[in-house]
Design a protein around this ligand. Structure first.
Ligand code: ZN
Length: 113
């Protein structure tokens, strides 16, 4: 399962970023692009399952979903698309570049006071 290995990787990163002294983690914030192929619900479920009865238990995975945005090389307008057709919504050109939607990154690890 794809999400399980991603959840494991997130947890590894969080663990190695923690300062010494076993501080409790409150939130782990991540950005997930809609083209990353990751299912947010499934990732959350895997994350919570893995941290159960570990020092990270209780930490929340906060997922920010990033829309797929393309920039047109013809008219320079930016479109948010929700289908797999990379076409400018302004001039219908297919000469476009992807500017967001593939993200999969940790943006913040929030510790308990
Ligand atoms: Zn265009």
């Amino acid at each position: 399962m794809h999400e399980l290995s991603i959840a494991q990787e997130i947890i590894n990163i969080v663990k190695t970023s923690l300062p010494d002294g076993h501080q409790k983690v409150k939130n782990v914030k991540i950005r997930v692009g809609k083209l990353s192929g990751v299912l947010s619900d499934s990732l959350k479920f895997c994350f919570e399952s893995i941290i159960y009865q570990t020092e990270l238990e209780g930490a929340l995975l906060v997922i920010e979903e990033i829309p797929v945005q393309i920039k047109c090389n013809e008219c320079n307008s930016i479109s948010i698309i929700d289908n797999p057709f990379f076409q400018c919504k302004n001039c219908q050109s297919f000469d476009v570049q992807l500017i967001s939607g593939k993200e999969l990154e940790i943006t913040e690890i929030e510790l308990e006071d």
